[in-house]
Design a protein. Sequence first.
Length: 308
Amino acid sequence: MSLAFAADRVHVRAPGKLNVFFDVGDVRPDGYHPVASVYQAVSLYEDVIATPADDFTVSVSGDVDLTGVPLDGTNLAVRAARLIAHATDSEMGVHLDIRKGVPVAGGMGGGSADAAAALLACNELWGAPLSTADLHDLAAELGADVPFALLGGTAVGTGRGDELAPALARGRIDWVLVTDSDGLSTPAVYGRLDELRAQADIAPARGTPAVDAAVLQALRAGDAASLAAVVHNDLQAAALALRPDLAVVLADGRDLGARGGLVSGSGPTVAFVADDPGHAAEVAASLIARGYEALAVHGPVPGARVIG
C-alpha cells in the first residue's frame, strides 16, 4: 500500500494544452479524422483531489465559467475513475473534487486533463497497481487528448492524436491566451470543416496528415519568431466560420504586437506567440485594455503529477 493510499487523499495536477500545429485528414467511415498534431502543455491547470467513497461522485469549482460541466456519470473524470476501477477489479468508490483553471469548452483540453488526473489519482489511491503504459492505454479509451495530459511537455500526436512521441523543445515559449466563455462544440467544428471541404472550390481530398518540419525546428531552437511564422490549425477555418468574431481577435492581437496567433484546437481560445515573459505581459495587458479576457502563460510544463 502506497503512502498516498494510506493517507486516504491524493491530489493530482494536470495541465491544459495548446495545439501548436494541427493537420486534419478527411473524415473516415468510422466518423473519426486522422490528425497530426504538435501539442504543448501550458501553465493553466486542473486540480483533482480524490478521496475514498462508497460510490463515484464529483464536485467542481474554479475561477473559470463552469457552465456545462457535468456533475454526474457523464463527467469524463468520473468515467476515468470507473474505468480504472474496472481495470483493477477495485470495489472502492471515489469522490473527485475538481478545481478547474482551464477554460471550459475552450479547445485547451480541460476535460481531458481532469480525466488524466483522475486516472493517476485513483491509481495512487488504490495502491498504484497499474503501470504508466497501462494508464496511457486507459487514457486513449477516454479521448484523444487524455494521453497527452498524462505525458505533458511537447509531443507529436498522430492517429486520433493519442499516438504520442515526445518532441524536443528548447527553453520556454511564452503565450498570450484570449479566452471566451461562449464555448465551441468540438463535433460542431469538425462537422463544419467537413462541410467546407465538401465544397468543390475549397480543397481536394487530403492525404495522410503530417507535421511541418519547420514547427519542430522552431521548437528545438526555442525561437519564438520562427515558431510564430509556422503555427497552423486546420480547424481554424471552421471555427471562424462558426464564430467570425474570432477573426477580429486574431487581428487585434497582431495589431497589439503579438508575434502570431491561431485558434487553439476547436476554439474558441485564441493563442498568440510572445517573445518572452515581459512581452507576453505587455500584449495581455493591451488586450485586456481593449476589452478581452487575456492572460499570459508558458510552456512546456509537465503532465499529470501527484502534488504533495
